[in-house]
Design a protein around this ligand. Structure first.
Ligand code: NAD
Length: 468
């Protein structure tokens, strides 16, 4: 498998892909290794703490690898690794508490007299057991962030992990494996599977104890259907078409426009919670679009290795064609182009930062995930119309409202069917809060205490001392 730098189109490495046979062998190794990983949780945590330190020690080198293989601007690569460390810190500090055995001191009567409470001296407790060996099939856009959501709590809970990074983030995946082993994770507790679709398929055929996937709706649906007969946990973190609404009471339109630009174009628009479509109240529409265009025109685009570059190439060559299709479709249906609109005339997979105004829901740019530096802006007459349009989507990941009034924003946000909502912020994830998609954005939860419990199953103990 050849690894191509999207900024230069050069082959930067060639990697041997795993085959069905090597994947089976790795599975057998991890199945055995997982048994040896049932050490006290404090030992597992102390090994992960070493990994946390190694990420800091090797930050610059790791960021460079990430930038070279997926085109993320270098300081954004560093930010990603720093963000991943913050998430790991949350798991280091909170896992013991949420995985601790629970003695039930005041059992709730079950209704049946013979089963009630502690009568008859039955002691009750809950023990959290690891799932076993899980697959972590991952995406390329934030390989550290979406990876640590899964493999860190999975390892802390005592699972073995078969980690399949995206074929567009393989070098980073191998680095993660190297550092985990260097930190002290036994060789056969965490193994990386290299390859693309076929390697992923091979994992679906194995008798694993859980599937944790990050990627597109199309692949996620296929995985969900394929593993259903196994009746093991299957969590899916999928795409989005996240809206941002600007109300008419905003007094700092320039600041709102700046935040919206960052939300739409950070990571070259390839964030799972990127702002993908913008609705603006008619009374502030002209002011907002003017400021938005000004901001976008100031963004530095170019070689992701250069300091200050905010927009690099998109990671996958085929995305260029899709973005062009969205622009052409919107223009044909009546949108106006205020910036960008096509691939850049240079080597590498660069697309100009693109703004389409007068966009509507007949256009792909307002309905299908763009996953690139292209944004549609639509004028609305009131909050009701904004809510109807924000809700007109198959996805349900995040939604943002910018308003001077928290009450107004919350009234709007409680009507929106997404797992995350934002007031005066966007494109943000917190390790303390549950991360979950609704509708075609996925199923299951990572992060927060729920994302710790996602990697264990409860065992209910009924313990009676002696029979009288
Ligand atoms: P993708 O679905 O193309 O690939 C994801 C992973 O699945 C890769 O590792 C790939 O090799 C593997 N895969 C492909 N076909 C497979 C198959 N048949 N069986 C098993 N595995 C298979 O997605 P992508 O392009 O890597 O990621 C981009 C998508 O991910 C976007 O839609 C983005 O919004 C979404 N995403 C969502 C979140 C979230 O938190 N909700 C986070 C990051 C990315």
């Amino acid at each position: 498998m050849e690894i191509i730098n999207p900024a230069t189109e050069e082959i930067i490495a060639a990697i041997e892909e795993d085959t069905g046979q090597t994947i089976k062998e790795k599975y057998e190794a991890v199945r055995e290794g997982q048994q040896l990983w049932q050490v006290p949780i404090v030992e597992r945590i102390s090994i992960i703490r070493k990994f946390y330190d190694l990420l800091k020690d090797e930050l610059e080198q790791l960021a460079k690898v990430l930038t070279d293989e997926m085109g993320k601007p270098l300081d954004q690569s560093q930010n990603e690794i720093k963000g991943a460390r913050a998430r790991i810190k949350f798991f280091l500090e909170n896992s013991e508490k949420w995985l601790r055995e629970e003695q039930i001191t005041h059992p709730v009567p079950s209704g049946h007299p013979s089963q009630e409470g502690n009568e008859g001296g039955v002691e009750e407790k809950i023990v959290w057991e690891p799932l076993g060996v899980i697959a972590n099939i991952s995406a390329w856009n934030y390989p550290y962030l979406v990876g640590v959501n899964v493999f860190i709590p999975a390892l802390i809970a005592g699972n073995g992990v078969l980690y399949k990074p995206s074929e567009y983030a393989t070098l980073t995946g191998l680095k993660i494996e190297e550092l985990l082993h260097k930190a002290g994770i036994p060789q056969n507790v965490f193994l990386t599977i290299t390859g693309g679709k076929d390697a992923g398929e091979a994992l679906l055929q194995l008798p694993l104890d859980g599937y944790f996937f990050t990627g597109s709706y199309k692949t996620g649906l296929h995985i969900y259907e394929t593993v259903a007969p196994k009746m093991v946990p299957c969590q899916l973190e999928l795409g989005g078409k996240d809206p941002l609404y600007v109300t008419d009471d905003n007094t700092h339109i320039k600041g709102v426009a700046k935040a919206a630009v960052e939300g739409a174009f950070y990571n070259t628009g390839q964030s799972y919670c990127s702002v993908e479509r913008i609705y603006v109240h008619q009374d502030v529409y002209d002011d907002f679009t003017r400021e938005f265009v000004k901001e976008v025109k100031q963004l530095k685009t170019g070689n992701p290795d250069e300091i200050d570059v905010f927009i690099g190439p998109v990671t996958r060559q085929e995305q260029l064609e899709f973005l062009q299709h969205q622009v052409d479709d919107a223009l044909k249906k009546g949108a106006n182009l205020l910036a960008g609109g096509k691939k850049m005339e240079r080597k590498g997979y660069y697309f100009q930062p693109t703004i389409l105004v007068n966009a509507d829901h007949k256009m792909s740019v307002m309905k299908d995930e763009s996953f690139g530096p292209v944004i549609g802006i639509c004028k609305v007459k009131d909050d009701e119309e904004a809510v109807a349009l924000m809700q007109d989507t198959e996805f349900g990941l995040t939604a943002a409202v910018y308003s001077d009034s928290q009450q107004r924003a919350e009234q709007i946000l409680q009507k929106i069917n997404t797992g995350t909502v934002y007031w005066n912020c966007c494109d943000r994830v917190s390790a303390r809060l549950p991360w979950s998609g609704r509708k075609h954005s996925g199923i299951g939860t990572t992060l927060s205490y729920m994302g710790i419990r996602a990697f264990v199953r409860p065992k209910a103990y009924h313990l009676k001392k002696g029979i009288r």
